[in-house]
Structure formats: C-alpha cells, structure tokens
Design a protein around this ligand. Structure first.
Ligand SMILES: Nc1ccc(Br)nc1
Length: 446
C-alpha cells in the first residue's frame, strides 16, 4: 500500500534488533493486518460486552485471573493436527527462546494451576478475558486477534461442573436479550467417540487426532475425512460405524447403539437431568457430531449456536481432564469454555440487540473570561470531588463552540464561570435539557 514502510536497514530476522525505518515517510496509520483499533464507540461496545462477561462470572462466584499474551511455544505444540497449531503466531525472541502469542487461554490456566500446585484449594473457579492470536494467511482475510472470555472449573470430576458452566453462559445470553429461540447448545461427549474407537481397537494414541478429523466434518469433503480417518489406523467398517453414530441426535438412539453401561451415556443423561433442574432444558440438544477442534477435550463437549444457522459457533467448551498431566502436572479434573468477542456481536447486530452506548458527561464547565480559567478549574475540582464527571473547557472558546461540544458529549449541565457571578461566589448553572438556568453559590453546587 502507499503507506508501505520503507525499510532501509539490514533484513531483520526474528531474533535481530529492530531495523531502521525511513522516518521521512509517513508511517502506516492502520493497525497491523488482521488486528483492530478500538476507537471510543467500539471501545464502549467492548466494555459493555466485557462488563456483562464479568458480572456473570462474579455472579457465579468465579475469580478473575490473567496471563501473559506471550507464552512459551511449548504450551501449544500438540501433535493432533489442530488448526490452532497450524496458525500459531510463534517466533524466536532475541534471547533465542521459542515463544508464541497465545491462541487460547486454557493452556496458560493449566500452567498457572500447576505452578500454584498445593497452595490453592479446590475447586478453582477462575475466569479470564484475554486477547488471543493466530497467524493466518491473509488470503482468507480473517482476523488475527480476538478477545475470549473463559470460565474454568478445576477439581470437579462430576458433570455438575459442565452444567454450571452452561448455566453461566445462558445467564449471559439472557442478560443481553437473547433467548432460547435465538441460540441453543449442541452437546455431546467425546466418550462416545472413545467407546466406538475401543470397539474397533483403534489405538488410544489416535484419539486426539480422530477428534480433530471429525471436527472438520462440514468444513472439508467427506472423502478427505474418510482418508484422514484411514490414516489414523481406522478400518472401513470402523469409519462407517463411527460416521453413523456421529449423525445421531437422540440419546435414546445412542443408547441403542452403545448400550446403557458406558460413561458417555451416563454423563449425558446426568447433564440433561441437571438442565431440567436449572430450568434450561429448552436451550440444549444432544448432537453426537459435536467434538470441538481442540485435542485435549476428554468428556462432555458443547457449543453455542445461532438457531438461524447463519453464523459460526458463538462459544464452545468441555471437559479436559488430561491437560494438566500432559504438562507434567498432577492430573486434575477440569472443564471450561471459550467465548469470542466477534460472533456474538454479529449475532446482536442480526437481532437488533446492539445497545445504544453514548458518551455521557454530567457537566461541562467553561470560563467566560480568560482570566477566570483558574476559577473554572476550581469549579471542576469541586464537582469532581463530589463524584461528578466534568469536561473542563481548556481554551478560550466562543459560547457557540461550547454548546456544540456540550451536545456532542451529552452533558446534562453547563456551568458558566462569569466575572460578575464569580465576584459574588456564584456560578451560572444551565440545565441543558430544559434550558433553565440558575445562579448558584459555589458551596451549594451539587
Ligand atoms: N484461536 C484463535 C485466535 C484468534 C482468532 Br481471531 N481466532 C481464533
């Protein structure tokens, strides 16, 4: 592009010092490809979204945590063929360490739990809202960063934890005006897959890989799915049986296939029974094709979807009882979800549910005479110390300009500091909605 930075220094490699730039050229004022700025109106929407994430998390008794956006690459190098690995935003830093911009938050959480070890009492209920990254060829023009809300419960082996997490997401959806007719959850368990693979003596170490292949159903041709499954040591018969079971959408039919003794069925039955007790049954449906695209899930998996079927998954999560031990920690039962900041905004736009969020400053304070600028800052401070917001006019501006700015910032009151009033210890308070104005003693300003 015209603003392309002209690099005049030696060609930089990932670990070299920054190169020199031709400072005579204007820098590219756009943010890096695939990333966003948040100017005020976008930041108001983001803050509104995150405020609702936080309110719900705290309503469920969760504690907020955060981690570095930069992590060791080793956290994400899993060998199951995940997209998240293919798109890792990784590089070698100037200390020759292999690092990566985090593509998700769960591995960081697992790392912190192991680090904390016995010093934390279980169960842990932690939530985080963090920016996550992927390096995707811009050919698809998709974003390279998004913010994710995560809630995780560590130390609870029962499905009660998954039921609680789903309840928290439903509480969030209701808070922002979405109902069960707008969105739902497709729920399954990876133990369904596990039980089928065991029936056909597929090696356990193929489990993660098979999940990632299955997650691509609907995204790549079925012939490729079958080929990939064959490469994962599955026979033709096993593949056809698996694909048949994955098409099931009724627990009764699943029971016919798998029998009632397996954990998959008991977990799912318990989850649907708990959903009744929470009062959110209408939000859930069993769908055996749901496996999610992360290798570490081991049990219940779920994803939020828009019932009109126009958008990608809104959120997703599940149980990951083995992740901590893959990092060398003690095994701890764990489950959680990730909820991105992009699809939900697209859905709210579709449903006309985006909130009106305008800048709101209570007072605009302005001196009518340059000699009274100091007096105006005194008035501003008095109001601010009462907890009120004040936009203080900082230069000598015509009243017309002041009124225009008052309208733009939706000020409730205009406080004018004039010579005559100031000498009497007064200021002029104009209520902008009514036009009414009142001379008010400084010490009676409220
Ligand atoms: N994992 C990940 C990271 C960043 C974006 Br945008 N999407 C997915």
């Amino acid at each position: 592009s015209a603003n392309q930075n002209v690099r005049t220094g030696r060609s930089g490699s990932a670990t070299s010092a920054p190169v020199e730039y031709d400072t005579a050229q204007r820098i590219d004022v756009n943010p890096p490809k695939g990333t966003r700025d948040f100017p005020p109106e976008d930041m108001r929407l983001r803050n509104w979204l995150f405020h609702n994430f936080r309110e719900v998390s705290q309503q469920f008794g969760f504690e907020e945590v955060d981690f570095p956006v930069l992590e060791s690459e080793a956290l994400y190098v899993r060998k199951a063929g995940e997209e998240i690995r293919d798109q890792l935003y990784c590089f070698e830093d100037r200390g020759n360490r292999r690092v990566a911009l985090r593509p998700e938050l769960t591995p960081s959480l697992a790392r912190l739990v192991i680090q904390k070890g016995k010093s934390v009492s279980l169960p842990l209920k932690w939530f985080a809202i963090g920016q996550c990254w992927r390096y995707e060829r811009m050919t698809r023009g998709r974003r390279r960063e998004h913010y994710q809300w995560n809630m995780d419960i560590i130390g609870v082996p029962d499905v009660t934890a998954e039921a609680e997490l789903i309840s928290s997401i439903i509480t969030f959806f209701k808070r922002i005006g979405l109902t069960a007719s707008d969105v739902g959850f497709k729920v399954s368990s990876r133990k369904v897959l596990q039980e089928v693979l065991r029936c056909y003596s597929v090696p356990e170490n193929m489990f993660g890989r098979v999940c990632i292949i299955i997650d691509k159903i609907g995204k790549i041709p079925m012939d490729d799915i079958r080929k990939d499954l064959q490469s994962a040591d599955m026979s033709e018969v096993a593949i056809e049986e698996l694909l048949q079971i994955l098409s099931l959408k009724s627990l009764a039919k699943l029971e016919e296939k798998l029998g009632a003794s397996g954990e998959a069925l008991s977990d799912l039955k318990q989850l649907f029974s708990l959903a009744e007790k929470y009062g959110y049954s209408e939000w859930l449906q069993f769908d055996a094709s749901i496996v999610r695209g992360l290798a570490y899930y081991t049990g219940i998996v779920f994803e939020g979807f828009d019932r009109e079927g126009k958008l990608r998954a809104i959120c997703g999560g599940g149980r990951y009882d083995r992740l901590l031990s893959t990092f060398g920690g003690d095994d701890l039962p764990a489950c959680g979800f990730g909820f991105g900041d992009a699809v939900i905004v697209e859905l709210l736009k579709e449903r006309g549910l985006l909130p009106e969020l305008n800048l709101q400053v209570e007072n605009i304070v302005c001196s009518l005479d340059p000699e009274l600028q100091g007096a105006a800052s005194t008035v501003a401070t008095i109001l601010r110390e009462k907890g009120q917001s004040v936009d203080l006019v900082l230069e000598n501006k015509p009243l017309k300009w002041v009124f225009k700015r008052a309208a733009r910032i939706n000020a409730r009151r205009l406080i004018l500091v004039g010579k005559a009033e100031w000498q009497k210890g007064m200021v002029n308070v104009k209520t902008l909605s009514t036009g009414g104005q009142l001379e008010t003693k400084l010490d009676e300003l409220d």
